[in-house]
Design a protein around this ligand. Structure first.
Ligand code: ADP
Length: 508
């Protein structure tokens, strides 16, 4: 007998975002990268997402005929467009289907616009989107083994599957009723902080009965909570790192959902996101002056020089500390840059290093950072978003700072490790899964970690790293190498998702 080959699944990804079409955060990267990695493993993956105003229809192919979607006791009609995800292979491409509904999605903004950050009709828009995921399959006469929903905007998909669609309840194509009978659902939580909580007056849009409102646990202080119902009903669910999965079971990190998640027990796990190793790879990076690898680290020194020039810093023999992030509370910027007590000032004053920052966000922090940069000769900052510069910072720094309050997965620490840049990070979420703390006796580890989010702890840990840089260069070299040799590719994560699909189908 030959060896057993792993089963191949048909997977329908339901997501409000996917690169390169629509992105507000890491969700968009993860959905596309995971789909491509699953296709490479031989699974048949299709993505359904809304056709927002900014997505150019001219580059897409329109499916013949309109699509009817039951909504709120009536029916809405839309068009469906399709294309293949760029970079997908010819043999087994990842096909994307766009739900084109002028009234719901033909406007600026994915969830809102600055003047209306959360569109008033979002519950109706995303109830419509979730139902359309089933109707597209019926139109295509293509039925998935696994329906994989992402975050609150798609969280009604598992609920609809369980309460109706498995029996073919939406009624539009009665001849194919029951074609979801064998399907299992998986829900991935990329950010537990957003749950889709709206007045329950909107509930009729879901076309689910009021009995389901209570059975699925939509109820949230007399409101309706999309994600909560998804958590309660998906066959399996996960978040984007094992440690964050454990943390979210506690009231401190659970955003009021820790009880629901604990109730799901072993159905809830963590799978680490991957990184795009064709883009974030020191051997291939086109944004750095010279490629480098563990075999030839010359390019890293060149990147450090280029980074100094970019920021107008003088030559120096000390280490370079880099940081790239959104300036929000989640990233720990209060303890680092907070007026009066933040640690950035004393770090730059007391230590022989250079510190470069890239990021934008809350006004007070941008203001504080500009003030520091004007008073400290060894601290420079660029306020804004700059993809190219972020590559140079990852490549040219010796250390990378991430004092996050919480971090579901975190990408920057993985980029850092891949570029031989040692993370200095708080021991939380995905950071704890991806970084091993330095042991100064043995030289083991890949980074420097601390527990408390206080200016003192950040100061002490940066001090520890700088001490090692000057006093234990052989440890630093070995740590760089260890980090660069780690595998953070999506193919590793995709195998784990395939495993999750298998258990979802078994446990259904
Ligand atoms: P989060 O999704 O919470 O912001 P992650 O670490 O998971 O944090 O991912 C953030 C991504 O956005 C990283 O790739 C990071 O380099 C990038 N990024 C954040 N701010 C900037 C910026 N100002 N310029 C360029 N890239 C940025």
């Amino acid at each position: 007998m030959g060896g057993k080959t792993a089963p191949k699944y048909r997977v329908l990804m339901c997501s409000s975002e996917a690169v390169p079409y629509a992105k507000t955060g890491g969700l968009a990267d993860a959905v596309s990268a995971l789909s491509l990695a699953l296709a490479k493993l031989g699974h048949e993956v299709r993505i359904v997402m809304p056709r927002y105003y900014g997505i150019n229809r001219d580059k897409l192919v329109k499916l013949e005929g309109a699509l009817g979607v039951p909504l709120g006791g009536g029916e809405e009609w839309c068009a469906v467009y399709t294309t293949d995800l760029p970079e997908s292979g010819k043999k087994n491409p990842v096909r994307v289907y766009f739900i084109d509904h002028e009234n719901f999605f033909g406007r600026d903004g994915i969830y809102g616009v600055p003047s209306e950050p959360d569109f008033l009709d979002n519950p109706r828009r995303f109830a419509f989107f979730c139902r359309s995921c089933f109707q597209v399959c019926r139109k295509l006469d293509w039925y998935p083994d696994v329906i994989h929903a992402h975050d609150w905007p798609a969280a009604l998909v598992p609920v609809m599957l369980r309460y109706g669609e498995r029996r073919g309840a939406s009624g539009e194509f009665p001849e194919t009723a029951g074609s979801f009978a064998g399907a299992a659902s998986v829900l991935t939580i990329h950010n537990l902080g957003y749950q889709g909580i709206y007045s329950k007056d909107n509930f009729p849009s879901t076309n689910l009965g009021w009995d389901v409102f209570y059975q699925a646990g939509f109820d949230d202080w007399d409101m309706m909570n999309f994600l909560k119902a998804g958590i309660n009903t998906a066959d399996k669910l996960n978040t984007v790192s094992p440690n964050y999965a454990r943390e979210t079971l506690t009231p401190a990190h659970g955003f009021r959902r820790d009880g629901n998640l604990r109730w799901r027990g072993a159905d809830y796990t963590g799978i680490l996101n991957g990184i795009d190793t064709s883009v974030w790879n020191p051997r291939l990076d086109r944004f750095i002056p010279l490629p480098f690898s563990t075999g030839d680290m010359g390019g890293k020194a060149k990147a450090k020089e280029a980074l100094r020039r970019r920021y107008g810093l003088p030559d120096a023999d000390g280490p370079m500390l880099g940081m790239v992030c959104r300036l929000t509370e989640q990233k720990g910027v209060g303890a680092l840059f907070g007026p009066g007590y933040g640690s950035a000032w004393s770090i730059c004053k007391d230590m022989n290093l250079q510190f470069v920052f890239l990021g934008s966000g809350e006004g007070w922090a941008e203001h504080e950072i500009a003030g520091l940069a004007s008073r400290l000769p060894n601290f420079k900052a660029r306020v804004g978003y700059d993809e190219e510069l972020s590559h140079l910072i990852e490549a040219g720094s010796d250390f990378f700072l991430m004092p996050s309050l919480y971090e579901p997965c975190g990408l920057n620490q993985m980029y850092s490790l891949a570029y031989g840049t040692l993370p200095i990070a708080r021991n939380t979420g995905g950071l704890a899964d991806t970084i091993q703390n330095y042991n100064q006796e043995t030289g083991e580890g890949t980074g420097f970690m601390f527990d408390d989010l206080t200016p003192q702890a950040i100061y002490n840990t940066v001090g520890w790293a700088v001490w090692a840089w000057y006093n234990k260069p052989e440890h630093i070299e070995a740590m760089r190498r260890r980090g660069m040799e780690q595998d953070f590719s999506w193919s590793r994560s995709a195998r784990k998702y395939a495993e999750l699909y298998r258990s979802a189908l078994q446990g259904r």
